[in-house]
Design a protein around this ligand. Structure first.
Ligand SMILES: *[C@@H]1O[C@H](CO)[C@@H](O)[C@H](O)[C@H]1NC(C)=O
Ligand SMILES: *[C@@H]1O[C@H](CO)[C@@H](O)[C@H](O)[C@H]1NC(C)=O
Ligand SMILES: *[C@@H]1O[C@H](CO)[C@@H](O)[C@H](O)[C@H]1NC(C)=O
Length: 375
């Protein structure tokens, strides 16, 4: 009698324990206090969307991803050897997992509460940008897709909690603009570029007014915490230096000049949006100065070269043929600022991300990403 009573009690305790374990496991899985990243942009932050598009811009081929631990070194669609800046930021801010690519089969259910990535290699602010790749998601489409996600969040959390979550716990990062110059305005094939018909001023006006519309659409969908990257020194990438046959320490003037001109206008746009959209915080990430600092003083940051692509072929900086199974690859990947003719290595991404997360107003203004998260 006493014995069977004992068993019942033990069994009951065991069940209670199981239950509470089950509950705490679910709560931990779904811990919304960790927050989310919703990532928009181009190949600098694409985490695999282009794998699902019929496009000429693809990175799910070796040796891309060779240092990406989560995939065991297999390619994922990231255009670098390891993590992107978006991955590193999510990790450092304590989010539960990398933002899932919107087009991937697993971007369903509660996974979307921990972040979704809409970025697409070749994509830009303008619809026409990246046309040479046949397919890519431009910003307008990326935001259409977030509109779909936004309705899913409503279904998962209920309208009121969803709104709160999107406004307070979600960081919206936008890394776009390089392709609007490299694969649109500056494209050597003039027929698909805008350069024949527009002055730089007019083209940049157009970019800024489209971006204003795009950021405002995200605001209407309850986005409040934004970080927008400016365009990096695109005249210093191995591709540009190779086709223009420059020396190690030179950069191509026109692309950098256009980037700087756009960046000035972007900064003003974000200042205006901070004033005009109540409750929103727009952060300006000065990627241009940050990357130029690393390129100029590469040795100080532990690199041996800032001009030669680790993975690529052609010309003096391996800057013409994109990275793929048949291209050459350096053995000291973390000593190269550039992974391929266009994209920084993981080692560079770590340096850049660190400044964006914890740096001062020289590179990230008016606050850094850790402050934005807690804002
Ligand atoms: C989603 O799938 C990708 C690709 O298979 C994988 O790398 C990633 O870890 C998955 N993420 C989640 C949250 O399931
Ligand atoms: C760009 O394409 C999208 C989707 O096809 C469309 O909704 C949008 O109006 C287009 N934008 C412009 C400026 O043409
Ligand atoms: C989101 O989608 C709905 C239709 O489902 C549309 O009415 C609304 O204008 C869209 N919002 C934005 C900001 O694009």
């Amino acid at each position: 009698m006493a014995r069977s009573y004992y068993y019942v009690v033990v069994l009951a305790l065991f069940i209670i324990n199981l239950n509470s374990f089950g509950q705490s496991a679910t709560t931990k899985d779904d811990d919304l206090s960790l927050g989310a990243s919703y990532i928009f942009g181009d190949s600098l932050v694409d985490a695999g969307n282009n794998n699902y598009l019929p496009t000429l811009s693809k990175a799910n081929i070796r040796p891309n991803g060779i240092d990406f631990k989560a995939s065991g070194g297999n390619p994922t669609g990231r255009y670098t050897n390891g993590k992107t800046i978006g991955d590193i930021v999510g990790e450092e801010l304590g989010q539960r997992h990398y933002a899932v690519p919107f087009l991937a089969p697993n971007s369903t259910g509660r996974a979307i509460l921990h972040g979704v990535n809409y970025a697409s290699g070749g994509g830009g602010i303008m619809n026409a940008t990246g046309r040479i790749f046949v397919n890519r998601l431009s910003m307008d489409i990326q935001i259409d897709y977030f509109n779909i996600t936004r309705k899913e969040i409503d279904k998962l959390l209920g309208a009121s909690k969803a709104r709160d979550y999107v406004m307070k716990k979600s960081i919206f990062s936008i890394t776009v603009g390089s392709n609007d110059f490299l694969n649109n305005y500056l494209l050597p094939v003039l027929s698909v570029g805008a350069r024949i018909s527009q002055t730089p001023d007019a083209f940049i006006d157009d970019l800024i007014s489209h971006l204003r519309g795009q950021l405002t659409r995200l605001y209407k969908l309850d986005a409040r915490k934004f970080v927008v990257g400016n365009v990096g020194p695109i005249g210093c990438i191995p591709y540009q230096k190779t086709i223009n046959q420059l020396n190690e320490d030179q950069c191509v003037a026109l692309p950098n000049k256009l980037a700087l001109q756009y960046n000035g206008r972007l900064k003003d746009l974000l200042t205006a949006l901070n004033e005009n959209l109540p409750g929103a915080t727009f952060i300006y990430a000065n990627v241009y100065d940050l990357v130029l600092e690393v390129i100029k003083n590469y040795a100080k940051y532990g690199f041996t070269t800032a001009s030669r692509a680790c993975c690529g072929n052609g010309g003096q900086f391996a800057g013409i043929i994109p990275c793929g199974p048949t291209s050459t690859m350096c053995s000291d990947r973390d000593k190269h600022v550039f992974w391929d003719p266009y994209h920084p290595s993981e080692a560079s991404n770590v340096i850049i991300a660190k400044q964006l997360i914890d740096g001062d107003t020289k590179y990230i203004t008016p606050m850094n990403l850790r402050q934005l998260r807690d804002h």
